[in-house]
Design a protein around this ligand. Sequence first.
Ligand code: C5P
Length: 283
Amino acid sequence: MPTLLDVAAPAKLNLFLHVTGRRSDGYHLLQSLFTFIDWQDTLHFDCRADGVISREDLQPSNALPADDLIVRAARRLQAATGCPLGVHIGLHKTIPMQAGLGGGSSDAASTLIALNRLWKLGLSRAQLSELGLSLGADVPFFIGGRSAWVEGVGDAITPLDVPPTTYLVVKPPAGLSTPEIFSHPSLKRDTARVTITGFVARAAQEARWTGSNDLQPVAEMLCADVRWGIAELAKRGLDGRMTGSGSAMFAPCTHDTPTNGWPDGWLARVCNNFNVHPLFGWC
Ligand code: C5P
């Protein structure tokens, strides 16, 4: 039976994130700039002839839910295509959960891309993205495979290269729930839309590709760790902000920026961004 080993699922940063409206179904309209960073999960896929989808946690201490997004992605692809094959998936997870780093969505995207290849299904990138959107708003970005300007509910994607940048990424012990942030009454939902050309012109002129995250004020209300982390980054002379719905934060920095001195339970890591997903050529 064929296998695919060491399949990468990189994390993402939202360099800015604006909430520009809300649809009648409750989903929010966003504008955001996404880029990949070199912090990744790794997946292994062993084809099964019996049609069963199974998943093994290669670090059992993570205690992932049995019905996580990877298993749901595989089942959804199987159902959509009528594929009789199954798969055993090994997951080596290093991206923290409830961080806004897109780990779960990235795992699901890499699963769809890898199984499309392993099961020889021949689905296009657009077809995989449509399936991905039904699993989570960030999944189509990972399937798109390029740093991107993302609008709508995560489905309107325009590739946009971001200059190579080094970031200090910190994740406090506390996580944040995406639905809780989006449903909070204090969330600002009417930020004026900006254009890509306007944003790029300003970013190039100021050499600053970051902007504000509208989810951060609510996250700071709900999570003392986020308040403290942003203040601590500022104390270190760094311009920090939250990624996605948190609780991880990041700040542009130099490659020799120290990662020590954070309290017990915090993760701190110097990462570099990149513009093309490792599996870009697979679909
Ligand atoms: O799609 P994802 O699973 O990341 O979204 C989790 C929840 O966050 C959704 O169920 C929804 O409540 C909220 N959300 C939203 N608008 C978005 C993305 C997510 O309201 N664009």
